[in-house]
Design a protein around this ligand. Structure first.
Ligand code: AMP
Ligand code: ZN
Length: 491
């Protein structure tokens, strides 16, 4: 249950074009449906941004105490998949299954939480057929030569999300769908069911063999797993029209109830000012990006702006983001080294780490203000470092306070999906990536470090200083620790 002390949770609702309070349908619980990938190719980091935003939102909702049911579908039957399969000569269902596996690998590498349910179109056909039958019975859909279309002029709420005008629409289907225009009563009508064509996957139905149109799956899956009305629905901005508009028409046209209380849409990741998209070809695959930057570096970069804002991708920004994550991990490692194996007793603290928790909730309650929450986290890490640099004289008090600050830092990070790794392990992996990226001769560095340790043991400080300078010229910073010299790649 949510604590009464928490600020009211508000979110921008695309339907209202305004920020509204989240009022759970069942107290303490929230159902969220996020439109998932169309599995015909590897995903790019634009898709990853969208999925990461909702991952962070779900994490925060759980951190706040909500019991969240998180559903994200797979579009595994679709025109794009059929087209891709035709090009490779593969069976479309098999091609889709292959890319579901690839997607799951990417999600695991990004360290995103698994949705509670990940339904597939191919496994939801009976529910899809049942909704279409209901829509026909309700007089808002019609069969035409084995296809079934939604008749938009029969449904008064059409376009209430996108606020478009029906008479301005060329085709309700959008560019994605290949439909038989002459079979429609109105060009804006969109396909719910498509009659089977040779070589395409198909299922039996009351209208003959065929397959679902793109949008109907989300109506079927959301009502199956979250009920006819649920709390939150999410996706990228590009889905507002036609996809979400059509979901609303289908779900509400069938049930007569509001599909969901809040519509959330994430902004685009751009490359050189244009939306990253498979159709434009300006994409960076997740797995290629992750060769250069750690998942948390990428996440930090995504969270540097509000989830609804546009974000431009470039190598410098992800480099800067990863350097910030490094700073956080270095701080945690330093605290761990200072407090290891010590007992600082209980008692008052030097400063109040809980105030960060309160500020963090303020930011996240304000339409999940990612950059605001990140600023709170950054401030906490800065203060933790200051505390280590200038600790109070009382060692017990200092240790206790460091531990308390660290615990809050870990809590807030975890609520954002950050700092989930062991600091030492993460820092070594980061160093490995930098060594490769900067072409540093690792064997030479290690030989110099060894020589430096020997020089220091022999109290030959002149040689030890020379080696430090030599390393510096190679882009490496030597650091003296009680256990000998360690090193990192200079920033
Ligand atoms: P798709 O597989 O194309 O349906 O996309 C899956 C998800 O990624 C959808 O929620 C899209 O809105 C989202 N998406 C696609 N391209 C981008 C982008 N460049 N930036 C942010 N989200 C995107
Ligand atoms: Zn959808």
């Amino acid at each position: 249950m949510t604590s009464p002390a928490l600020p009211e949770l508000r979110v921008y609702n695309t339907m209202d074009r305004a920020t509204v309070p989240i009022r759970p349908i069942t107290p303490g619980k929230l159902g969220i449906y996020v439109c998932g990938p169309t599995v015909y190719n590897f995903i790019h980091i634009g898709n990853a941004r969208s999925f990461t935003s909702f991952d962070t939102i779900v994490r925060y909702l759980r951190f706040r105490g909500f019991e969240v049911r998180y559903v994200r579908n797979y579009t595994d039957v679709d025109d794009k998949i059929i087209k891709a399969a035709r090009e490779t000569g593969e069976d479309p269902i098999k091609l889709a299954a292959r890319f579901v596996d690839e997607f799951e690998k990417d999600m695991a590498e990004l360290r995103l939480i698994k949705p509670d349910v990940s339904p597939k179109v191919s496994e939801t056909i009976p529910e899809i057929v049942a909704i279409i039958q209901k829509l026909i019975a309700n007089g808002v859909a019609y069969e035409s030569k084995g296809d079934v279309y939604f008749e938009v002029r029969k449904y008064p709420g059409y376009l209430k999300l996108s606020k478009r005008k029906l008479d301005d629409l060329m085709s309700g289907a959008g560019e994605r769908e290949i439909v038989n225009e002459e079979q429609k009563r109105d060009p804006a009508d969109f396909a719910l069911w498509k009659a089977a064509k040779p070589g395409e996957p198909s299922w039996p139905s009351p209208w003959g063999a065929g397959r679902p149109g793109w949008h109907i799956e989300c109506s079927a899956m959301s009502s199956k797993y979250l009920g006819e009305t649920f709390d939150l629905h999410g996706g990228g901005l590009d889905l507002i029209f036609p996809h979400h508009e059509n979901e609303i028409a289908q779900s509400e046209g069938a049930s007569g109830k509001t599909l969901c209380n809040v519509w959330m849409h994430g902004g685009f990741l751009d490359l050189d000012g244009a939306k990253m998209s498979k159709s434009l070809g300006n994409v960076v695959r997740v797995r290629d990006a992750l060769e250069k930057v750690d998942a948390e570096g990428l996440r930090y970069f995504f969270m540097s702006v509000h989830y609804r804002s546009a974000l431009d991708f470039n190598d410098k920004s992800i480099g800067d983001a990863e350097a910030r994550v490094e700073y956080f991990y270095e701080t945690l490692k330093k605290v761990d080294e200072r407090v290891a194996g010590k007992d600082f007793g209980s008692g008052p603290l030097h400063g109040d780490p809980e105030k960060y928790l309160a500020k963090f909730h303020d930011e996240m309650s304000n339409d999940f203000n990612f950059p605001g929450a990140m600023a709170v986290l950054s401030g906490l890490f800065t203060d933790l470092n200051a505390l280590m640099d200038k600790p109070p004289k009382d060692k017990q008090l200092a240790g206790r306070t460091m531990l308390a600050f660290r615990d809050v830092a870990r809590k807030l990070s975890s609520a954002l999906g950050l700092m989930e790794c062991d600091p030492a392990t993460w820092l070594l992996a980061r160093r490995d990536r930098q060594v490769i990226a900067k072409g540093i001769d690792r064997a030479k560095v290690e030989a110099l470090i060894k020589e430096r340790d020997e020089a220091r043991a022999a109290k030959n400080y002149k040689r030890s200083d020379e080696i430090r300078a030599e390393l510096k010229a190679m882009g490496v910073e030597a650091m003296d620790t009680p256990g000998g010299t360690t090193w990192k790649v200079s920033s």
